[in-house]
Design a protein around this ligand. Structure first.
Ligand code: CCH
Length: 286
């Protein structure tokens, strides 16, 4: 147990659980980043619904969305941190988990603010189907990310998170990692997207993705149809080119846009206190 508000103690415990020799590429980091993203990425600016507040993924309506398959691993990894620091809310813990994992994997420092609550405000519940589908193209990506209020530049910067982790046949149906070292944050995803020769492949389960095989590498690399849509779209492409050649600019832009992602749906006063959450309206208690 730590003192309520001691987020440095929480960060330390997140950092020390990242090493998981038995899991994937030996790190819980990538799946924690995906948890932070999926908990926030349900936001709809027009109706002001969805977003990280409320940690709705604990319940079947959101947690059982097929788009969230596999994220229970991330939640289980974080559970000992929650048991130790009982005062931290799940919604703060899940967003901080992503931020701390990115930092520990060599990525930028991302601004993170506390204060999310675990009350599920029934009037803000997102319907299923708000997260992107990797089998689609540029129109779909814009439809999903414009709904949250992101620009083309921000969409490309955020997509750079695919430098981390991998696809799992039993979760999304896609298979493989985007880069050879998927537990190190860098701009390699953009560099490989531009420099390798990607070939379409239909997996045994019928899912279509793009692959590159190099004899010297341990494993075939992959790209989703949505990843390569960034390269074929005239407004996305210049950002892919910039981030492929300017790592520092990518880190800077990624840090800004990830901070924006995890704040979607949250309004704060000058002191950082959240002003638009009504605990009284909560439908469930944590
Ligand atoms: Fe992603 N992502 N993502 N993604 N993603 C997957 C895995 C990760 C899409 C589809 C998939 C973002 C945007 C998109 C991560 C971070 C981000 C997988 C494999 C699919 C499919 C899931 C599996 O099988 O386990 C699509 C489509 C889009 C946009 O169009 C954004 C934005 C972020 C974060 C900023 C991370 C990290 C992973 C790896 C997870 C892991 O378990 O290793």
């Amino acid at each position: 147990m730590s003192n309520p508000g001691d987020y440095d103690a929480v960060r330390k415990d997140i950092a020390s659980l990242l090493k998981q020799p038995e899991y994937d590429d030996g790190s819980a980091g990538p799946v924690l980043v995906r948890l932070a993203w999926h908990s926030s990425g349900t936001y709809d600016a027009e109706t002001d619904t969805g977003g990280s507040n409320g940690a709705g993924m604990r319940y079947e309506a959101e947690g059982g969305d097929p788009a969230n398959a596999g994220l229970q691993h991330a939640r289980v990894f974080l559970e000992p941190v929650k048991s130790k620091h009982t005062w931290v809310t799940y919604s703060d813990l899940w967003t901080l988990g992503g931020v701390e994992a990115i930092k520990q994997m060599g990525g930028p420092e991302i601004e993170w603010k506390a204060g999310r609550t675990d009350f599920v405000d029934d009037s803000k519940l997102p319907p299923r189907g708000r997260l992107p589908d990797g089998a689609q193209g540029a129109d779909h990506i814009r439809f999903i990310f414009y709904r949250m209020g992101f620009s083309d530049q921000e969409i490309v910067a955020l997509s750079g998170a695919h430098n981390l982790g991998r696809c799992h046949s039993d979760r999304s149906g896609f298979h493989g990692a985007w880069v050879n070292n998927p537990t190190r944050f860098s701009n390699t995803y953009f560099r490989l997207m531009m420099s390798l020769n990607w070939k379409e492949k239909t997996l045994d389960n019928g899912v279509r993705q793009f692959v590159h095989y190099d004899e010297d590498a341990d494993e075939e690399l992959m790209m989703l149809p949505t990843d390569l849509a960034l390269l074929s779209d005239p407004s996305f492409k210049p950002w892919v080119e910039l981030y492929a050649k300017d790592r520092d600019r990518f880190f800077e832009d990624f840090a800004k846009v990830f901070a924006k992602l995890i704040e979607l749906g949250i309004e704060r006063d000058e002191k950082g206190g959240i002003t638009n959450i009504d605990n009284e309206k909560g439908g469930y208690h944590s």
